[in-house]
Structures are given as structure tokens and as C-alpha cells.
Design a binder for this molecule. Structure first.
Ligand SMILES: Nc1ncnc2c1ncn2[C@@H]1O[C@H](COP(=O)(O)OP(=O)(O)OP(=O)(O)O)[C@@H](O)[C@H]1O
Ligand SMILES: [Mg+2]
Length: 346
């Protein structure tokens, strides 16, 4: 059955077997499309493999098809302002307007050297002029940055963005990142607008959505599909990995488990584990023994206090590692993460 496996093991690619995230999608799309948006910036946060990049791609692809929007995707790690100017200039529906306005961007190696006007030497001024031209044509600009981390480039981009939206430009920013990276960035004074940015912490996929995808793909009973869906705990990458193995090996859920553990460790859990602090690893190792524990038992075992543990617990919940939905109880949010931790500790 290995041919044409409909499940996908690569990160960042929109999968064939897709479970809609209607809530997060509509929150973001409605905010940006409203006449006076509550915020020009949205951050999608969540643990590795939960589906941040896929959600970002789904939204940007849909916005790209809307004639009122221009979408520019930037990669953090390069000069974001120059990338934005180049991205706007290369957009097929915009280039003629920049040429008409005789914008001379030759200093940045963008476009033709239009002699009529002297070259613009400041990238921020260049962008301001470009954004104004686009907005005057009735279009809004959506900038996307996937997997943002704090860097010199990101900070200078954030300063320029803040300045431009302060001048009421129709410019919007959609970023994804791990909770700790977004948190680090917003703590920097120069990125203070991020404190006011809207944030969506994406959680598990819907159980019914996953069940329907499994039922359709495997032509199995509802009960069997529900069992598979529940096994993944709604973790997007696990949803793909389990489906991939069961398709590939034509096996039962129970038979798939050893292969599941192997793939999850190698492709995903090692990175998730490395992202944790030593203190967090200590808490997770304790939790891994049982999968879930009473808050007061963890506090007693780690020799912590209520106050200190409540901060640690909150961070682990925000990072998407721990499920904190039941009062007084903490449990691991990722499927069979406890098995992975036990193996790591051997
Ligand atoms: N809505 C979804 N339905 C089904 N599968 C999904 C969905 N979203 C993501 N996936 C799958 O989950 C995996 C991880 O998705 P993605 O790369 O978007 O995660 P991520 O949160 O961006 O991870 P990272 O933090 O490592 O960049 C991919 O295999 C993808 O196909
Ligand atoms: Mg990603």
C-alpha cells in the first residue's frame, strides 16, 4: 500500500488529508478583513508540528486570490525590509504602478534604474512610498513571516512596521512562532506593539474532523476511526504519522505503535525535548512516569512552591506540551510523549 500514501511526513507542506481549523482561520481572516481591525498583527503560536506553517499557508493562499489583497511572504534571517520591497515590486499586479510612479529603487538592486527621479537611499522611505501607492489603489498588504525568532533583522523590521501602521497604512502582519520566541520578541522594547498584537495559540485538531478523514481514507468503521483520532490527541503531526504508517504497512493501530514511536522521536520529539529548559525537563520527566499527575503531587516532588509551579505550568501549557484544561491536574498533551521521555532517560 506504500504507493500514493495520502498522508504526509514533511513539515510545512499543506497535506492532502487536511482537518480544518475553522476557528483560528476565521478569527484571523475576519480581523484583517474588517473595516477597522482591532490589530494589524496576528501571531500564530503553538508547539512544533501543531500546524502553524500549514495554517499560515492556507490563509496566505486564500488572501492571494482576493483582488483586494497583496501578500508578501518573508523569511526571517535575511534583510526583511529589502525583501519586502523586492516582494512588492515583483508582484505582477503592482509593478506597473511603481513604474508609473517612476520609483527609483536601483540602490537596492530592485527594478530598472529610472533616470527621471534620483534613487531612493533609505529602504524605509522606499517601502512607505510603495505601500502608499498600493493602498491608493484600494489594496491592503499582508506580510507573512513563518517561524519568527528574535534577531537584528526582525527587530528593525518590527520598528519599521510599527512606524508605518502608526501612519495609518493598510499594512498587516501575520507571523508564526514558538511561544518562547514570540514572547522573547515582544519583551524587547523596540517591538512593544507585539504586546498589543492578537495571538492565537493553536491547539489540537477537532476529533470529528480527524475521524472523518480516517474513515474516508481507510474505509473503516466510525469506532475504529475515532480510536485512531483519539490516539493522536489532535496533534497534527501525529495525525499524519499514524495515518502514514497504517496506510504504508496496512496494519492495525496496535501494530503501528512501535513505528509511530520511532518516527515521532526522530522527526519531532527530539526537537521538542531540546526546546525545553532543564527545569521543564525535570517536570516532564516526573509526568512521564504516569502521563498525568495532581498539581500538588508535582509541587511536593519538585520541592517547588504553588506560586513558582503555577508560572512553570503556565509556560508549559502555552508551549503546548502540557494540557492544563482539568483543574488541579496536569497531563502531557502530546501522544506517547511519555514513552519518548522514558526512552531518553534510559
Ligand atoms: N490542519 C491540519 N490537518 C492535518 N494535518 C495537518 C494540519 N496542519 C498541519 N498538519 C500536518 O502536521 C505537520 C506539521 O505541520 P506544520 O509544519 O504546519 O507545523 P508547525 O507548527 O509549523 O511546526 P514547526 O514549529 O516545526 O515549524 C505536517 O505534516 C502537516 O502536514
Ligand atoms: Mg512551521
Amino acid at each position: 500500500m506504500s504507493k500514493n500514501n495520502p498522508f504526509c511526513l514533511s513539515f510545512g507542506k499543506e497535506p492532502d488529508r487536511y482537518v480544518e481549523r475553522a476557528d483560528a482561520y476565521s478569527k484571523i481572516a475576519e480581523t484583517f478583513n474588517s473595516i477597522s481591525p482591532s490589530s494589524n498583527c496576528y501571531c500564530i503560536m503553538g508547539v512544533r508540528g501543531i500546524g502553524k506553517t500549514v495554517l499560515l499557508s492556507t490563509i496566505s493562499n486564500d488572501f492571494r486570490e482576493d483582488k483586494d489583497w497583496v501578500v508578501v511572504s518573508l523569511n526571517s534571517g535575511r534583510n526583511l525590509l529589502e525583501m519586502l520591497a523586492a516582494g512588492l515590486y515583483e508582484d505582477a499586479k503592482l509593478q506597473k504602478y511603481f513604474v508609473e510612479a517612476s520609483l527609483n529603487l536601483s540602490k537596492f538592486g530592485i527594478g530598472l534604474n529610472i533616470k527621471k527621479n534620483p534613487p531612493i537611499s533609505d529602504i524605509q522611505i522606499a517601502i512607505e512610498k510603495m505601500v502608499k501607492i498600493v493602498n491608493d489603489k484600494g489594496m491592503r498588504i499582508l506580510i507573512t513571516i513563518d517561524d519568527v525568532t528574535k534577531s537584528k533583522d526582525v527587530i528593525s523590521f518590527a520598528c519599521a512596521f510599527q512606524d508605518l501602521i502608526g501612519r495609518r497604512m493598510q499594512l498587516y502582519l501575520l507571523m508564526t512562532g514558538l511561544y518562547e520566541n514570540i514572547y522573547n520578541l515582544q519583551r524587547d522594547k523596540r517591538c512593544s506593539f507585539l504586546l498589543r498584537a492578537e495571538k492565537v495559540n493553536i491547539g489540537p485538531l477537532s476529533l470529528i474532523g480527524m475521524k472523518n478523514q480516517y474513515m474516508q481514507t481507510f474505509q473503516c468503521s466510525e469506532k475504529e476511526a475515532l480510536k485512531m483520532a483519539a490516539f493522536t490527541k489532535g496533534y497534527s503531526y501525529a495525525f499524519q504519522v499514524l495515518g502514514y504508517i497504517m496506510w504504508d504497512k496496512d496494519c492495525s493501530l496496535e501494530e503501528a505503535i512501535p513505528f509511530f514511536d520511532e518516527k515521532m522521536a526522530g522527526y519531532c520529539y527530539e526537537k521538542v525535548w531540546d526546546d525545553l529548559s532543564e527545569k521543564e525537563k525535570e517536570i516532564i520527566t516526573l509526568l512521564a512516569e504516569k502521563g498525568e499527575m495532581k498539581t500538588r503531587d508535582i509541587i511536593a516532588k519538585t520541592g517547588s512552591t504553588d506560586k513558582v509551579f503555577s508560572v512553570q505550568r503556565d509556560r508549559l501549557v502555552k508551549k503546548g506540551i502540557v494540557d492544563g484544561t482539568s483543574h488541579g491536574i496536569v497531563r502531557l498533551a502530546l501522544p506517547r510523549f511519555e514513552e519518548f521521555v522514558k526512552m531518553t532517560m534510559l
